[in-house]
Design a protein around this ligand. Sequence first.
Ligand SMILES: Nc1nc2c([nH]c(=O)n2[C@@H]2O[C@H](COP(=O)(O)OP(=O)(O)OP(=O)(O)O)[C@@H](O)[C@H]2O)c(=O)[nH]1
Ligand SMILES: [Mg+2]
Length: 132
Amino acid sequence: MKLLLVVAVALVDPDGRVLLARRPDHKEFGGMWEFPGGKVEASESPEAALIRELREELGIDVQEACLAPLTFASHAYPNVHLLMPLYVCRRWSGVAQALEGQELRWVRPQKMREFAMPPADEPLISHLLDLL
Ligand SMILES: Nc1nc2c([nH]c(=O)n2[C@@H]2O[C@H](COP(=O)(O)OP(=O)(O)OP(=O)(O)O)[C@@H](O)[C@H]2O)c(=O)[nH]1
Ligand SMILES: [Mg+2]
């Protein structure tokens, strides 16, 4: 079994809405809504990977101290087992922009189930409902 480590974040705005990004159609799970983030590269800490992904995908700067661990997803996909820590972040600098052709939406946790998300994300929604 191959273990895949992906880091993701719930960016929370002052209204308690969370940023979801729609994956570009050509990617795996294309068209589904996900938390910003991506794969942790060898030699990278999870936090450093997330900070890098947020800069690349959204053009925002986040400090490690502003990343609070919330929960994680552990999900068996057909070819890999995904382990995905989910952080919460309420402080960043810059304005989130779609730099990789994704679509962005600020979504209330109560509405999140209306968005098609990858199967691994499903159990994470109730943690956000509890938190926010
Ligand atoms: N970022 C992110 N990935 C998720 C989520 N849920 C989930 O199953 N994944 C899976 O985790 C993997 C992360 O892939 P990714 O494509 O975002 O990785 P990446 O940003 O490093 O992109 P790249 O590999 O295309 O350069 C994908 O297989 C994706 O489907 C989620 O909420 N956010
Ligand atoms: Mg990504």
